[in-house]
Design a protein around this ligand. Structure first.
Ligand SMILES: Cc1cc2nc3c(=O)[nH]c(=O)nc-3n(C[C@H](O)[C@H](O)[C@H](O)COP(=O)(O)OP(=O)(O)OC[C@H]3O[C@@H](n4cnc5c(N)ncnc54)[C@H](O)[C@@H]3O)c2cc1C
Length: 407
C-alpha cells in the first residue's frame, strides 16, 4: 500500500476527530489540575480512544504498537486535535520522556511489555530521579539497590516525582556500586509504583495542588529483568532520559498525544487583558506584545534546534537551549499575567480568567526547575556548547563511598 501523504493523513485525522473526540471545554478546574483521579481515568480513556481509532503513538515504531510515522504527521495531528479533548497529562513524562527512554535503552522484553501498554492507554509511567539531597547533582543519588540472588533490594527515597500516585511504573535511578566513581556505579530500573515496601506520599504545594509525590523504599524487591540498560551503566540511560526530558519540557517532543508539553488550558494574555478591561491601555498592550514576541521566538527556536540536532550539527545537549527558553518564556508570561490580573487575580478565584493566571503564578518557579534547573541548563550550554571552562568537580573520579555527603 502506498504511504499516506501528510495531507491525506491530516484530512483523515480531521474527519475522525470530528466524529469521535469530544470538543475541548475549557473549564477553570481543567486549567492546571493533574492531581485528580478523574483526570487520570479520563486521560487513559481518551488515549484508548485514540488507539482504537488508529491515531495513538504516531511516531512510535510499529513493532511496539505505534504508527511508525515521522514528526510531520504528529505535527499535523497536533494542529487538528487542538480543539478536542486530548489526554494531555500523559504527554509528560509518560509518552515523551519515559517511553522514548525505554525505546532507546531497555531490553526487548521490557520494550514489548511496556511500550504497547503505554500507547494503548493502559500504563502511566513516571520518573524517580530527584532525591531530598538535591536534584541537580543527579549522579550523586543515594538510593541504593543491592543484589540478592536474582533480585535487587531497593532502599532510600525520592522526591518531587510528578503524579507518581497515579502511575503504574517508574524509571528509578539507584546506586549499585559504591566503590565506583559517582557516574559509574548507577543502575536504572523500571519498577512498579504500587508494591510492598514502597510508600508514596503526596506533597501539598502553595497553590493547594498535590501532584508532587515523595517515595520511601523499604526493602523493595525488584526482579533482575527490571534493569534498563546495563548494570552500573545507569548514567548512560539517565543521560538519554535527560535528553528526552529537555526536549519534552522545551516543547519539542514528537512523542505526544496532542498539543505540546505543558498540557494546560491557560487562556491567552490578550484574552486576560480583555477580561480585565485593559485591552486599549498602551502599557498593557506593550506587555502582551513583549510576551507574544518571546513566545514567537520560542516557537521558531524549537524546530531550529531540533533540525540541527537531527542533522548532527548540534549535539543532543543543545536541547538545553529550548529547555531554558521555555522557562524564560513561562516566567515572562507568568509575570505579565499577574501584572494584568492585578487585584482581581490576587483574590485568587480560580474560576475566573485572572484567577487562573494568579494560580499559575504560584507555580512560576516550577518552569525553571522541572526537567533540570535553568542554572544547570546554563552550565551545560556554557560548558558543552560554548566550550567555556568546566565547573570544578572534586568528586568525579574517586569511589563514591569516599565522597563526603551533606556539604
Ligand atoms: C514541575 C516540576 C516537575 C518535576 N518532576 C519531577 C519528576 O517527575 N521526577 C523527579 O525525579 N524530579 C522532578 N522534579 C524535580 C526537579 O528535577 C528538581 O527540582 C531539579 O532537578 C532541581 O533539584 P532540586 O529542587 O533538588 O534543587 P537543588 O539541586 O538542590 O538546587 C537548588 C538550587 O541551586 C542551583 N544549583 C544546584 N547546583 C548548581 C550548580 N552546579 N551550578 C549552578 N546552580 C546550581 C539550582 O539551579 C537550584 O536553583 C520536578 C520539579 C518540578 C519543579
Amino acid at each position: 500500500m502506498a504511504t499516506e501523504t501528510v495531507t491525506e493523513f491530516r484530512l483523515r485525522a480531521r474527519s475522525w476527530l470530528a466524529e469521535n473526540m469530544p470538543k475541548r471545554v475549557r473549564e477553570a478546574a481543567q486549567a492546571e489540575t493533574t492531581d485528580d483521579d478523574e483526570v487520570w481515568a479520563r486521560a487513559r480513556e481518551l488515549q484508548k480512544m485514540l488507539y482504537k481509532g488508529g491515531f495513538a503513538g504516531i511516531c512510535f515504531p510499529k513493532e511496539y504498537g505505534g504508527l511508525g510515522l515521522s514528526r510531520e504527521y504528529q505535527d499535523v495531528f497536533t494542529e487538528e486535535s487542538d480543539v478536542y479533548e486530548m489526554p494531555l497529562v500523559l504527554n509528560v513524562p509518560t509518552l515523551s520522556i519515559c517511553a522514548p527512554t525505554i525505546m532507546d535503552m531497555a531490553s526487548e522484553e521490557l520494550k514489548r511489555e511496556h511500550l504497547p501498554a503505554v500507547i494503548r492507554g493502559d500504563e502511566v509511567l513516571v520518573q524517580f530521579l530527584s532525591e531530598p539531597s538535591g536534584g541537580s547533582n543527579l549522579a550523586g543519588v543515594l538510593t541504593r539497590a543491592d543484589r540478592d540472588g536474582d533480585s535487587w533490594i531497593l532502599n532510600g527515597s525520592k522526591i518531587w516525582s510528578s503524579n507518581a500516585y497515579a502511575a503504574d511504573y517508574a524509571l528509578c535511578l539507584a546506586r549499585t556500586d559504591w566503590d565506583a566513581p559517582k557516574h559509574r556505579g548507577l543502575t536504572m530500573f523500571l519498577i512498579k509504583v504500587h508494591q510492598p515496601g514502597l510508600t508514596v506520599r503526596r506533597i501539598e504545594q502553595v497553590n493547594g495542588q498535590t501532584e508532587f509525590c515523595e517515595e520511601f523504599f523499604d526493602d523493595v524487591i525488584i526482579p533482575a529483568s527490571a534493569v534498563v540498560g546495563e548494570i552500573n551503566d545507569g548514567w548512560t540511560v539517565a543521560t538519554r532520559q535527560l535528553f528526552h526530558e529537555r526536549t519534552a519540557v522545551g516543547g519539542g517532543s514528537e512523542f505526544v498525544s496532542g498539543r505540546g508539553a505543558r498540557g494546560e488550558y491557560l487562556p491567552s494574555l490578550s484574552e486576560l487583558a480583555r477580561e480585565v478591561g485593559l485591552e486599549n491601555e498602551t502599557w498593557a498592550r506593550d506587555l502582551v506584545a513583549k510576551a507574544a514576541a518571546h513566545r514567537t521566538v520560542q516557537e521558531q527556536l524549537i524546530p531550529y534546534v531540533i533540525s540541527k540536532v537531527e542533522d548532527g550539527s548540534l549535539p543532543g545537549i543543545a536541547m538545553s537551549l529550548i529547555r531554558l527558553f521555555h522557562a524564560e518564556t513561562d516566567w515572562l508570561e507568568s509575570d505579565v499575567g499577574l501584572e494584568l490580573a492585578g487585584a482581581v487575580g490576587v483574590a485568587h478565584d480560580s474560576t475566573t480568567v485572572p484567577g487562573q493566571f494568579a494560580r499559575h503564578y504560584l507555580m512560576r518557579q516550577g518552569a525553571s526547575l522541572g526537567g533540570g534547573s535553568s542554572e544547570m541548563s546554563r552550565n551545560i550550554i556554557s560548558e558543552r556548547l560554548l566550550r567555556m571552562p568546566r565547573e570544578a568537580a572534586d568528586d568525579k573520579d574517586i569511589p563514591f563511598r569516599e565522597v563526603r555527603q551533606g556539604r
